[in-house]
Ligand binder design. Structure first.
Ligand SMILES: Cc1ncc(COP(=O)(O)O)c(C=O)c1O
Length: 434
């Protein structure tokens, strides 16, 4: 794997690579708490039943790394919460991580932090564009991008990724045309891409930047998944390509370390004018302070969580390999896009003959709690996204149940029987994460 550039000096030895039984095989119990992914109310709203293996919201079932937990316990046990700022410590920890893991030199002075990646994108859109302007996003897209653009009273312009034999590419002809429109002032890039799993190569980013620069469009690069990169692929931040104009919401411990509800959005740019404006706006709203738990968990994560991340990547890669074998052997009608990064896998179910509501009903019936593709692209009716950051046993059970129901539907069809009961699978419109 490319994810460890130098020997690991991490003191956490609880995660040995190649352990026959991985600590990721067991997950802390989730029942009865308020986690969205497991909440019966949400499950009923999304799947029409709470009897599903929830593989939808993009967070993790795994216990966090020991050093992070110890740091959080230290803070709780301290029993004192005075005003306490340490953004410098956070930016230094992220910069050191990026140099070691991604060979990218970042200047701790060029960061700002706000309470989340989506907060950062929402603010950047407002800095870069006026109401009535347009912001381009590539579809399929992480479904909050549409909301973050439209709730700022900006228009959404979509550029569809090209599906080339299951793998996705940017459509540069379409980008050239759409980015040249005078009202398009900004673009959201997702790298690595949720949901299709691409890790954009440097040459692809360079081509995009060349077009954007020619049309004076600023790219907001969402790099929240930057550390979930699989063998043979390498993460290139947009900041390694052109940081003079563009901006990255760079590195977030949310996805890397499973700190979804205790992390911030870290904005980075060498565009001094933009950074200055962004800092002033964030400061004027008192958004930059972080809080003690977020601050010290983030520092502990980047400084002491590396062994855990390496073990996580090995585990996730094993899960991808299992899914690949299972699909090829048991469900050849389902096709997985190459998983280069992220812990989402994107499955094309076209050959099952199921799409839209029928496919959603099949997910519900089989207890396979994957996200319907239409969340990410209204035309992706035959696709589903599966969050694989769960114990392998849960993933295996969900796929096996899906197969049982798909086999039965195929048999029924062969006998001329009308397909599945149409259970509802409405999108949770109140849901603002996932
Ligand atoms: C691409 C992407 N951006 C942003 C987020 C959410 O980030 P935050 O919770 O920091 O706002 C997610 C969560 O799934 C995501 O996949």
């Amino acid at each position: 794997m490319l994810h460890s550039a130098t020997p690991n000096s991490d003191p956490d030895t609880s995660f040995q690579r190649n352990d026959p039984v991985s600590p990721f095989d067991t997950a802390p119990a989730k029942t009865g708490d308020t986690f969205v992914r497991h909440d019966p109310n949400f499950l009923n709203m999304v799947f029409g039943t709470d009897e599903v293996t929830p593989l939808w919201v993009a967070d993790m079932d795994f216990a966090i790394a020991n050093p992070i937990q110890e740091e959080l316990l230290r803070l709780a046990n301290r029993g004192q919460f005075s005003y306490e700022f340490n953004s410098k410590g956070v930016f230094a920890a992220i910069s050191t991580w990026f140099k070691r893991r991604h060979d990218l030199s970042l200047d701790p002075e060029k960061f700002e932090q706000v309470p989340g990646v989506l907060t950062a994108i929402a603010m950047l859109i407002r800095e870069l564009t006026e109401p009535g302007d347009s912001v381009l996003m590539q579809v399929p897209a992480y479904h909050q991008f549409g909301k973050v653009i439209s709730t700022a009273s900006r228009n959404i312009v979509k550029s569809a990724l090209r599906n080339v034999d299951g793998s996705y590419e940017m459509d540069y002809v379409d980008l050239e045309e759409k980015l040249s429109a005078p009202d398009v002032k900004a673009m959201i890039l997702c790298n690595p891409h949720n949901p299709v799993g691409r890790v954009w190569r440097r040459d692809e980013l360079e081509k995009l930047v060349e077009i954007a620069n020619r049309h004076n469009v600023t790219i907001i690069s969402d790099e929240i998944h930057s550390d979930i990169i699989y063998t043979g692929h390498r993460f290139t931040s947009l900041m390694a390509v052109d940081q003079k104009k563009h901006v990255s919401v760079i590195g977030s411990p949310a996805k890397t370390f499973g700190l979804h509800s205790i992390s911030n959005g870290y904005v980075y740019t060498g565009n001094e004018e933009l950074l200055d404006r962004f800092k002033k706006t964030a400061d004027s709203m008192y958004l930059t302070h972080g809080n003690a738990f977020t601050t010290f968990a983030t520092i502990a994560a980047y400084e002491k969580g590396e062994a855990w991340v390496d073990a996580l990547l090995t585990y996730l890669e094993g899960t991808v390999a299992w899914i690949d074998r299972f699909l090829k052997g048991e469900l050849p009608s389902i096709r997985m896009s190459p998983v280069e990064g992220t812990y989402q896998v994107w499955l094309d179910c076209s050959a099952t003959g199921l799409a839209g509501d029928e496919l959603k009903a099949t997910l519900s019936e089989s207890g396979f709690g994957a996200t319907p593709g239409t969340w990410f692209d209204q035309d992706a009716t035959q696709f589903i996204r599966v969050n694989i950051a769960a114990p392998r046993g849960d993933i295996e059970k969900a796929f096996e149940q899906f197969k049982t129901v798909l086999d039965r539907i195929a048999e029924d069809r062969a006998k001329g029987i009308v397909p599945v009961d149409q259970k509802t699978c409405s999108r949770a419109s109140t849901n603002s994460c996932c």
